[in-house]
Design a protein around this ligand. Structure first.
Ligand SMILES: [Fe+2]
Length: 322
């Protein structure tokens, strides 16, 4: 008779007498069947954990996001990467390495976007990244070269880095344009488009001009590191699409529970994916590429985002200038 969890061929008394039919190896090491099974189970568990870690932390997902944009005259494609937290060092260092970042940027470039956006947090000084990693990240982004250019905003790790001046200087010498609380107008095949970049303010966005000033009446897209900015938007209809990162989608995101915590006061309303602010305006929060605190993601795969923008039907009304 067999009982749950045990089998009859496992005699009581432990491993020392359990030769279990395995041939003896003379004076060599004897491995019982039970030891063999335990070893195989441990190795399988380690392999599964390693595979799970790689799949969830290093296996990039391409997220395609379709957004109808008010005032757009034709379709437009934007690729976005954010929160790389690149750290130089050997291949065994567990945080984001250059290979993963290169893969993310290649995925973005392969989509042949009209425009490329970076949402901040080039690297993390706290977790071993330095100005070398930040410069390298900017140089890698400069290699994409989409027709409408590449633009970036600063993340909190960029703003607080001791090498912050070096980051600003390297952006200034790069083809990747850093937008710091400003709007630019892009002349696109889909008509003129206003693109804003928000500086990360840390404690609040009360004085963030891009939240109140736009180059209207064009379609308006705001690149911001932190979705917290939406809490300071006095009119949710003011900006057509806000794209951001910062939260890493929670980095740990559990089934039925969601993320236990994120570093944004916009959590839990805005911390991953696409949400409508009004019937005609949206916010998208990317899970980003890298990790902080621990080099691990759970239920929150790193992503590269591709926005396929299309004209919003029946949007012929004139917008007021602000
Ligand atoms: Fe980040």
């Amino acid at each position: 008779m067999q009982t749950a969890g045990r089998t009859e061929e496992h005699p009581a008394g432990g491993d020392q007498d359990a030769s279990d039919g395995f041939p003896e190896q003379g004076e060599g090491i004897r491995v019982s069947r039970r030891q063999f099974i335990r070893g195989a189970a441990v190795l399988s568990a380690l392999a599964a954990a390693g595979g799970g870690w790689w799949g969830m932390t290093r296996h990039l997902a391409l997220e395609r996001v379709a957004v109808p944009l008010r005032g757009l005259q034709a379709s437009l494609r934007i690729a976005m990467v954010t929160d790389t937290h690149l750290r130089s060092g050997g291949a065994l260092q567990p945080f984001t390495n250059e290979r993963m970042v290169s893969e993310a940027l290649s995925m973005a470039a392969d989509e042949q976007p009209d425009l490329f956006l970076f949402g901040g947090d080039l690297t993390s000084e706290t977790f071993g990244g330095g100005i070398g990693s930040a410069r390298r990240m900017i140089d890698l982004m400069a290699g994409i070269g989409p027709p409408l250019g590449s633009y970036a905003c600063l993340g909190n790790h960029d703003m607080t880095a001791q090498s912050g001046d070096g980051i600003l200087a390297h952006y200034a010498s790069s083809s990747v344009r850093l937008l710091k609380d400003e709007w630019v107008v892009l002349d696109t095949s889909a008509g003129p488009l206003s693109l804003g970049g928000l500086g990360y303010c840390g404690s609040g966005y009360e004085d963030a001009a891009p939240l109140r000033e736009t180059n209207s009446p064009r379609p308006r897209i705001l690149l911001a590191h932190d979705p917290t900015c939406v809490l300071y938007l006095d009119d949710l209809d003011r900006i057509d699409l806000i794209v951001c990162g910062h939260t890493h989608g929670g980095q740990v995101h559990l089934p039925f529970v969601g993320a236990p915590w994120t570093p944004s006061p916009a959590y839990p309303t805005y911390y991953r994916g696409l949400k409508a602010l009004t019937p005609r305006s949206y916010i998208y929060v990317s899970r980003g590429v890298g990790t902080v605190f621990v080099p691990l993601r759970v239920g929150s795969r790193p992503e590269v985002t591709v926005f396929d923008l299309s004209p919003l039907p029946e949007s012929g009304e004139e917008r007021e200038s602000i």
